[in-house]
Design a protein around this ligand. Structure first.
Ligand code: FAD
Ligand code: SIN
Length: 524
């Protein structure tokens, strides 16, 4: 089957759906998503979305906090732009039906999280993402110009390569004509032609054994664009959230929001001792790279499996009202957060790098945009500030939408694109070839390319990943395609990029910490 749409969107999280709503007045929109429309990371977001709302807060303070967290690797112009465009985007979210909590006097109830110098996090209790996903999904499903095609797995970005031409990474004229996608319901591969395509496929958390990300977060968009010879950057900056609930065997790991620490909760060792002031004067509310590394270090020293997050000194009525989902989840495991400390460990949470885009969300490939966690805009630098991700996603969806709208009448469909050719391939009989390789990739990444790295660990990771890469490519060429195989291939591609970029960076900065190049001591 061949389908045409003016605007093709891959992914149904905050980036994909908000883009779809913005462009829908100007042409036909098709949204592909690999499971159901609500199977996203967006739905899991707890803490909220950062914006300057309070009179005593200023853009300059939000900009400074973002730049400090990003360890001087942010693009300051981008940070200024995103922070200043935030209030307008919040208004639009509200116009689509998103409800943010307010206090009794009708003002927004703004929370504080690690690295923020002010209360500026708009939230809906402790399930902000669910509220955003609910509203956007409803708007999108009711829009006559938007067609959502669920259970469709995008496999490859279509470029001149598929017309038989040689495409090199150094070419500056690569064009995107749409994507090939696997219809999971009948296992056929369909061709989706588009004037413009937005990649909004989210993160890569499943590269690691323990992650807060849903199963769909397998870096598909980044891998597709890399294979299409697009530019990818900053992949070494993988953010580990310090406080996921320690509950071995549960995937994804349940997040204990940073907002809980913003509310006054304190990290303690198993013996009850506070430890964060040893590492940073901001204590438990230091930026998350510092907190995650501190916990990792304490666990290595003590040999324990987790530390504790202590809320027992906080007002219990307020605590339960503010964090109903977290308290409910803990209660289901026998933990009463008003009386018991919560066992927590770091887990892979967010990728700061990805598909390099300009200020209009354009990738290095013509007519191909990226927004949300899959993109690298320059906003996060070496470490993302809490609650800046949802914000960056809506601002860039808006910018990409405006740019795509301005070009849409000048772009033609490329109808000479051939159908996907899988002649000579056969059905894979042995799932173990996939599941074992996936486990190995996750082990390699967790043990050698995690919170603390070194040259030798990175080299080991690279050498081992290469073996798995060769095995998987061989299988890919021979097999009729299926989702688990494609996801494994994508994770291997993304793992390779993380390792290569980590090897190139000969310093410890932000989320990339290596024992071979320890951070330079600040001069007294
Ligand atoms: P997602 O919401 O992940 O959506 C990606 C979409 O792409 C999904 O629909 C997926 O199915 C689809 N997809 C992927 N691959 C394919 C493919 N090959 N074919 C078709 N479809 C595909 N950030 C904040 O700012 N504040 C928070 O409070 C916050 N809390 C968080 C809590 C948790 C537990 C997690 C996991 C993340 C949190 N984040 C938070 C980060 C933030 O939620 C994400 O970065 C953001 O939601 C990503 O949005 P997105 O639209 O880019 O991608
Ligand atoms: C959280 O609620 O701690 C997650 C916030 C984020 O990832 O920005």
């Amino acid at each position: 089957m061949k389908l045409q749409s003016d605007f093709l969107v891959i992914g149904s999280g905050i980036a994909g759906l908000s883009f779809a709503l913005k462009v829908a007045k100007f042409g036909k929109v098709c949204v592909l998503t690999k499971n159901s429309i609500t199977d996203t990371a967006t739905v899991y977001a707890q803490g909220g979305i950062a914006a300057v709302i309070k009179k005593t807060d200023t853009y300059e303070k939000h900009i400074a906090d973002t730049l400090i967290a990003g360890a001087e690797l942010c693009d300051e112009e981008v940070v200024r732009m995103v922070v200043k465009e935030a209030p307008a985007q919040i208004k639009e979210l509200i116009s689509w039906g998103v409800e943010f909590d307010k206090t009794d006097d009708g003002k927004f109830d703004l929370a504080k999280e690690g690295g923020h110098s002010e209360h500026r996090i708009l939230h809906h209790k402790d399930n902000t993402g669910y509220e955003i996903q609910r509203s956007l999904t409803q708007e999108v499903l009711n829009h006559p110009n938007i067609r959502v095609m669920d259970e469709y797995f995008a496999i490859e970005v279509i470029t001149q390569h598929h017309l038989g031409k040689i495409v090199k990474r150094s070419n500056d004229n690569i064009e995107c004509y749409g994507v090939y996608a696997l219809n999971k319901k009948n296992n056929t591969i369909d061709t989706f032609l588009a004037k413009t395509t937005l990649i909004a496929t989210g993160g890569t958390g499943n590269l690691y054994q323990t992650t807060t990300n849903p199963e769909v977060a397998t870096g598909d968009g980044i891998a597709m664009v890399y294979r299409a010879k697009g530019t990818i950057e900053n992949m070494e900056f993988v953010q580990f959230h310090p406080t996921s609930l320690y509950n071995p065997g549960e995937t994804p790991s349940f997040l204990i929001s940073e907002a809980v620490r913003g509310f006054g909760a304190i990290l303690r060792k198993i013996n009850g001792e506070k430890f964060m002031y040893k590492y940073d004067e901001r204590g438990s509310l230091a930026p998350r790279d510092i907190v995650a590394r501190a916990i990792d270090n304490e666990l290595k020293i003590s040999g324990e499996d987790h530390v504790f997050l202590d809320c027992t000194h906080l007002d219990s009525t307020e605590l339960l009202a503010r964090f109903p989902n977290i308290s409910q989840k803990c209660k289901s495991l026998g933990i009463d957060i008003t009386k018991d400390m919560i066992p927590v460990v770091p887990a892979a949470h967010y990728l700061c790098g990805g598909i390099k885009v300009d200020k209009n969300g354009r990738s290095s490939i013509k007519n191909l945009y990226a927004a949300g966690e899959t993109s690298s805009t320059g906003m996060h630098g070496a470490n993302r500030l809490a609650s800046n991700s949802l914000l960056e996603a809506v601002v860039y969806a808006d910018r990409a939408a405006k740019d795509a709208i301005s070009l849409i009448d000048k772009i033609e469909f490329n109808t000479s694109v051939p159908d996907w050719n899988d002649e000579g391939t056969t059905h894979n009989e042995e799932m173990i070839l996939i599941t074992q390789n996936l486990k190995e990739v996750q082990q390699i990444m967790s043990n050698y390319v995690g919170i603390v790295r070194s040259d030798i660990r990175l080299k080991r990771a690279f050498d081992r990943l290469e073996i798995i890469y060769n095995e998987t490519e061989e299988l890919f060429k021979k097999s009729k395609l299926f989702v688990r195989l494609c996801e494994l291939r994508n994770l291997i591609n993304v793992g390779y990029l993380v390792i290569k970029m980590a090897q190139k960076r000969k310093e410890s900065i932000g989320l990339h910490y290596t024992i071979n190049y320890p951070p330079k001591k600040k001069e007294a």
